[in-house]
Design a protein around this ligand. Sequence first.
Ligand SMILES: C[S@@+](CC[C@H](N)C(=O)[O-])C[C@H]1O[C@@H](n2cnc3c(N)ncnc32)[C@H](O)[C@@H]1O
Length: 310
Amino acid sequence: MKTVGLSAADAGAENRVGASVSDPEGLTRYEIRLGDGLAWLAARAANSVHAIVTDPPYGLKEYTEAEKRKLRRGRGGVWRIPPTLDGCRRSPLPRFTVLNAEDRGALIGFFEAFARAALPVVVPGGHVFIATNPLLSHLVYGALVEAGFEKRGEIIRLVQTLRGGDRPKNAHLEFVGVSVMPRSGWEPWGLFRKPCEGRVQDNLRKWKTGGLRRISSTEPFGDVIRSAPTGAAERRLAPHPSLKPQAFMRRIVHAALPLGEGIVLDPFMGAGSTIAACAALGYRAIGIELDPAYFAMAHGAIDALAHLRT
Ligand SMILES: C[S@@+](CC[C@H](N)C(=O)[O-])C[C@H]1O[C@@H](n2cnc3c(N)ncnc32)[C@H](O)[C@@H]1O
């Protein structure tokens, strides 16, 4: 059952609109809210989320109203709109190399605020999976460690992106043998954990967290995952510029709850690929999105994404 609407309890300026989907027994499977993920975390009860799986905005710049207007007009700004290649329309990419020192300071401040707000909400032993990129990951990781999360590794999503590989701009004929930066073939996801209470086994018993769910009894979760770019069928359902593919999201979301019990949060859910992956796996989930158009997209797309075969 799917319900959308305003309730008296939600009458504040933030998180006013929500939708929740229940299973046949009436248990809420997922809940999505229009609002600020940081404000939601600040208001949330302590120790009430078992994992965070998120792909946050970077530099905050690419999702400002001004930059989104430029993206939607198809020109200018931090979004690089690649030309149509071989009849294939490529997705726009944010150009992180245009961030200046002030932007980077704002980005560190944003991730510090996120990490400080997230730490009390996550249960002991709960993991955070956070998408990043090779140019900025150190800033994000530093903020999480500073707040008290333990770094537990990094997941390498092996995917061919359009980032890098280009010859020097306006001098490509002069420097035919030079790339300004490597052509990127991977996307890092930072993996963090709130410290456990006691041993992992004690924490697993008490909080249902502390480890990662294995793929099977003979195969542990691994940190290098081959992944195709998000396919056309998914992009048609949810045309968000940063939509992550279900095949990859289901792999990492599956690992996030070691016993398959608990709640997964995505405080920057975009069009809801994390929430759809949770729905596909039968995990409970909460998603928050600031932009009304992306929230509406998620609301319309999550069930369909969850039903896609990967
Ligand atoms: C990189 S995208 C996430 C895309 C998502 N992984 C998907 O597959 O659709 C980040 C999202 O965070 C949203 N956002 C930015 N600031 C936010 C905030 N303070 N609270 C909640 N959402 C925010 C943006 O509007 C954007 O949709």
